[in-house]
Design a protein around this ligand. Sequence first.
Ligand code: AVJ
Length: 324
Amino acid sequence: MAIPAPRHGVPRIIARPDVRPMREEVLRGLHSEPKTLPPKLFYDETGAALFERICELPEYYLTRAELEILRARSGEIAKLAGPRVALLEYGSGAGVKIRLLLDALERPAAYVPVDISREQLGRVARELAAEYPEVAIRPLNADYTLQLAVPPLPEGSRRVAFFPGSTIGNFHPMEAAIFLGRVRRAVGKGGALVLGVDRRKRAATLNAAYDDASGVTARFNLNILARLNRDLHAHFDLHTFEHRAFFNSRASRVEMHLVSRIEQIVKVAGEPIHFERGESIWTESSYKYDRARLEELIETAGFRTRKLWTNRKRQFWVAYLEAV
Ligand code: AVJ
């Protein structure tokens, strides 16, 4: 059987220049006290593949919990969103969740996946263009933590942003509000946001989710150093660093660190970086929200909660938010 040519053609990736040079950002982070690296650096090819494996881990409940909610509620979401929606996805990843929405929505007009991982973005865009020939696919290779320039979308389509996976948890709550405020402006009046957020829960559950028994999360964390070795001519010896992850209850966040097992000096992009024995690089925060804090965040960002759903085990939230 002949496969019909995509009505909108093969998607061309629009690349923002901001995805390339990270040298300054990396050096700034490694010169600060405590040392930090931005979590977006996790997602090179290897990191994106390791994250896919994390999503399958028995301890990492987040993806399954969110999929359970999306499967149960995609019809309701479609009803709230209405016909001819232009979907903007912040961090499109492997493109599993978006199919649930595209299948449920009434004649979706456009899909704009935004992702920092160019390879994965191109693959997902090509697949979706073939599967959904009626939808205009407009992949955007960009760092969405910066201001987003949204490509022109079909006339008269309502903009609905999709930010799943609790990636919002990577932002400090204040930055989360600022970021969601930008999303609010990107969708405009009459627009909406479907947001996935991990709930605050007992420390043991969270600690296990971010420090799994099979060590996949440790490899995911350490891969950031391998990436710097490759892309920034850094000289990290991965064996001299170890993965550490724990729930910081006072701040309501899981912290991931890479701890130096020895005192050492590592050259990064030509600059020597000194590590004490036991000193860490803070690579990620994953903030966990109780209901009050989530509602506060939503309101500060200029959204109103239309629906707030959870899964049977009450681990995760999916919110349907309307631009105020
Ligand atoms: C993709 C940012 C939502 O914070 O849970 C998984 C990344 N880090 N295991 C998260 C991650 C460690 C994940 N997010």
